[in-house]
Design a binder for this molecule. Structure first.
Ligand SMILES: [Mn+2]
Length: 472
């Protein structure tokens, strides 16, 4: 690339310094209007010509010897002269690629392919993020010092640990240079969602369920993606003073933490941890990057919900480091070859009533194939609800999905199946788990066809009940 530079100070030289010195293919030619500047630039070994920026335009432009594939850089402080030069370039070299270095707004001739860069943006875009990293680095340093002479540390996450919490705990452990023996990831509850279980399995992460008595056995306590009040009235009372708390949920009062980093505008705690790791130039492994990327992805619904620019920055940083194959396997669990047979059987015997697709998988080897089959069923054209059932470990498991409705799947499932087992959920997804013996006792026989019919009938009547309730 040939750069033709018209300037009155050394700023363009500094901007090009890195690029030109590292690439011998570039040619670079300065045009300046002061002798002193010319001498300083010459002493750096670059080619400089002294000109007058006010000389005859046509003659001046000819001297630049511009070619269409050259890049013209203009940094002239007098706005009148600058505009007049730009107009002349547009006239003699239409659509010349041009970079204008200027702080003020400027009318750029239409016939010029020019972009403007403001010197102040060099500070805000390049220097400011580094300054922030320097402060983050100090924060990481104080966190490390806090745990320096503590033997065993507890990393507590919420009761139904989600990918963001799991990834944050894993990242924190790496950050403070610990392993699973000396920094223990725990929760008062269990990981339940199939994707989250797949995440633990495929990334080899262990989260242990503990009770409040555990605190006495550890010297340090760190809470990630959670604050004590989120743990419920009873349990939150059992939490001793916290050493470090990192979270992105709005700050709640009523607890103590030595170091607290709560950023409520962030979509994920994993984003904060990614910033920590980057600030100390941590060599992020593929496993850790995959976990953090999945944490951000699932907490922000693939950057679609409650996203901060910081989440997008962390996401794009992690993406090339992560293993997208593993990510795919987490999100779409493997299906056992024999389960494919029950899939095809279930598809054949599917029934669609009022845009509700019903299908029954029979016995399945893994429970998570039921919700996944329900997700898949929603892709059938015209289908707005999917009700998929299967038998797993002595229970009839029913998974319900919809494409986004006012009527809550959770309420309907409760109405339909609540008296036979546990049932509930959210507006878009719900689940019922019915002990088979309850089901058989109610309907008197064990035929699969009866089971299909009964599930359909019960769901439809639950559906109607919920509609009526809503109207009342
Ligand atoms: Mn979170």
């Amino acid at each position: 690339m040939r750069y033709v530079i018209l300037c009155q100070d050394e700023l363009p030289y500094f901007l090009l310094l890195l690029k030109t010195l590292s690439s011998k293919k570039d040619s670079i030619q300065f045009f300046v209007d002061q002798k002193g500047l010319s001498e300083r630039l010459s002493s750096q070994g670059v080619s400089v010509t002294v000109v007058s920026f006010t000389e005859d335009r046509e003659k001046f432009i000819k001297r630049l010897d511009l070619e269409p594939d050259n890049c013209l850089i203009v940094a002239i402080k007098n706005l009148g002269i600058l505009s007049s030069i730009l107009k002349a370039v547009a006239r003699y070299h239409p659509y010349q690629p041009t970079l204008i270095i200027e702080e003020n707004d400027l009318v750029i001739p239409e016939q010029l392919s020019a972009k403007l860069v403001r010197p102040s943006s060099i500070f805000t875009d390049i220097c400011l993020p580094k300054i922030e990293q320097a402060f983050t680095k100090r924060q990481v340093q104080s966190i490390k010092e806090l745990f320096e002479d503590k033997d065993k540390i507890l990393l507590l996450i919420q009761a139904d640990p989600d990918p963001d919490a799991i990834a944050s705990a894993l990242a924190f452990r790496h950050l403070i240079g610990r392993n699973r023996m000396t920094a223990h990831i725990v929760s008062f509850g269990e990981v339940t969602r199939p994707e989250n279980l797949a995440m633990l399995r495929l990334l080899d992460i262990q989260v242990d369920k503990v009770g409040p008595e555990v605190f006495a056995k550890y010297e340090g306590l760190c809470l990630l993606d959670v604050q004590p009040p989120h743990l419920g009235d009873v349990l939150s009372q059992t939490v001793p003073p916290v050493d470090v708390l990192i979270d992105h949920h709005p700050e709640k009062p009523g607890y103590q933490a030595k170091i607290k980093d709560i950023r409520a505008t962030y979509g994920a705690t994993s984003t904060i941890l990614t910033e920590y790791l980057r600030a100390v130039d941590f060599n992020i492994s593929q496993r850790l990057a995959t976990a953090l990327l999945y944490g951000i992805k699932s907490d922000t619904l693939l950057l679609g919900r409650g996203v901060d620019p910081a989440d997008i920055e962390a996401f794009s940083y992690l993406y090339p480091l992560a293993n997208t194959n593993i990510l795919r396997r987490i999100e779409r669990p493997e299906v056992h070859p024999e389960d494919i047979d029950s899939f095809s059987n279930a598809l054949k015997k599917r029934k669609i009533v009022n845009n509700i697709l019903f299908s029954h998988l029979g016995r399945v080897r893994r429970e998570d194939v039921i919700p996944h089959f329900a997700d898949f069923s929603l892709q059938v054209e015209g289908v707005e609800w999917a009700v998929v059932s299967g038998i797993f470990k002595g229970n009839l498991v029913i998974s319900v999905r919809n494409v986004g409705y006012v009527r809550s799947a959770g309420i309907i499932v409760k109405r339909a199946f609540g008296d036979l087992g546990s049932a509930g959920g959210h507006s878009h997804m719900a689940k019922a788990v019915i002990p088979l013996k309850n089901f058989y006792a109610r309907f008197g026989n064990r035929r699969e066809s009866t089971m299909r019919e009964q599930i359909t009938e019960m769901f439809l009547s639950g559906f109607e009940e919920a509609i009526k309730e809503q109207e009342d």
